[in-house]
Design a protein around this ligand. Sequence first.
Ligand SMILES: O=C(O)CCC(=O)C(=O)O
Ligand SMILES: [Fe+2]
Length: 278
Amino acid sequence: MAMQIEALSDVMAAAVTSVDLSSSVTPDVASALSDAVIDHLVLCIRDQTMAPKAFAQASRIFGPPKRFVLRRDRLDDAPEVSIVSNRPPSLEGKPLVQAKHWHTDDSYFAEPATLTLLHAQTLPDAGGDTEFINCYAVLDTMPADMRTRIEGLRAVHKYKSRRNMSWVANQSPEEKAETPPVDHPLIRTHPQSGRQSLYINPNRIDHIVGWNDADSDALLDALYDFAFQPQFQYRHKWLPGDLVVWDNRCLMHRANDEYDVNQLRVMHRIMLEGEAPV
Ligand SMILES: O=C(O)CCC(=O)C(=O)O
Ligand SMILES: [Fe+2]
């Protein structure tokens, strides 16, 4: 049967069935998948079985994969693939839900990853969902006065920001040297869709360029309150074999932590080479 793509909600996301990425796909299928990410922002490709190396190969359909920066979390035989587990190695078996606050991946880099791919390995019996915010919709529905205030502004993003909400792994001196603070516009234009979205990362944004902390905090709090509203959200409930691909240029996401964390949850993850937000 030919590949099928079906919307999962009105806000964003689509499910893809009848395709197997463990071996190479035709150019038509590859371009249909790449286009579908741009149109739906989140793509869930069902029923995939792939070892890390095959996963790294399959990710090339969407673009070149990056080597993951944190040495400890990446795989030796496939350094593009990192492990997202609720048992982080540094905590020696103690459960912890990583990435449970709203964020977009990789924004502490000058060229943040375009897409992230997450492939379910081990899922809890219930829950462990991933939630998404459509940041095109956020900007499109923003009150005019708020939009006018942020026009032309840039924000400083840091690996460990003053306002960080999530647990972040400690970096080695080498890793630290690779990640100096950067700044990005608050409104960015997607190079493929041509659409503008709100580009914010509550975990990594430290302050607005040229603003003091108090004024920055007030503006950021207002933006976050607006963006976090439920009408902008899609919540993905994982099935075994799901490979979820999302576009970091126009959405935020978080891991939902309201589940039994005594049950193991493990994902394989790849980020693609990035581009500077404009
Ligand atoms: O575990 C999840 O559901 C999301 C993790 C995450 O934020 C990521 O892989 O970028
Ligand atoms: Fe993330």
